[in-house]
Design a protein around this ligand. Structure first.
Ligand code: MLT
Length: 204
């Protein structure tokens, strides 16, 4: 079931009203279908809202522009985060949803982190898989205990460990309840990520 909104997206209604909706944010080259199976696995019964990033890099959808791998166009990060937050508000109205928990992978995790700093009201929390700090100087946000899970890969060739640690520390200083784990894996999604996100979502 999908209504015409400002982002191409997929919406799957929830069967369990006790579960907050999940906002699924794909990685570079993904689309709105990519993370739906993951969403169903980690949050059975939750409503799923899955937009497609509007930026194209050599034909690959993303949520904001980058100048090189790991080097972001921060003006675009800021603009796209606003645009995505506006879509979330629009989708909440159209589908009658509460504030979602973001589940983002790679570029999707990075825009979710940007939302936390720039439009904190848009999300009830976030699970960020292989995330980086999206802004060199994020504004002072008030995250009021929102739960945030960051899952990094010890052998990730894209995300430097210090960068993920900086993101975790900045979110914590802004008042988020952060859990940061580093798994013995690379940039790709692993079964351990799926299991940890599943259990974390039950606890928040
Ligand atoms: C990004 O561009 O957001 C990060 O480098 C991760 C990626 O999408 O490759």
């Amino acid at each position: 079931m999908t209504t015409e909104l400002s982002f191409t997206h997929r919406f799957e209604p929830g069967a369990d009203p006790a579960r907050p909706p999940l906002l699924l944010l794909h990685g570079t080259g993904g689309d709105e279908d990519d993370l739906v199976p993951l969403g169903r696995t980690v949050a059975p019964g939750a409503a799923l809202i899955s937009p497609r990033g509007k930026v194209l890099e050599n034909g690959m959808p993303r949520f904001f522009r980058r100048l090189a791998e790991g080097v972001f166009d921060e003006a675009d990060v800021r603009r796209r985060a606003q645009e995505l937050a506006d879509f979330i508000a629009e989708a909440r109205g159209a589908y009658g949803l509460g504030a979602p928990i973001a589940l983002g992978f790679s570029n999707g995790a990075n825009i979710a982190a940007a939302l936390l700093f720039l439009r904190p009201e848009a999300l009830a929390g976030a699970a960020l898989i292989r995330a980086m700090a999206p802004l060199s100087e994020p504004p002072a946000a008030e995250l009021g205990g929102k739960p945030v899970l960051i899952l990094s890969g010890a052998m990730d060739p894209i995300v430097p460990a210090a960068n993920a640690a900086r993101l975790a520390a900045t979110l914590e200083r802004a008042g988020a309840r952060v859990r940061h784990e580093t798994l013995p894996t690379g940039h790709g999604l692993s079964q351990a990520d799926v299991n940890i996100v599943h259990d974390w979502l039950k606890s928040v």
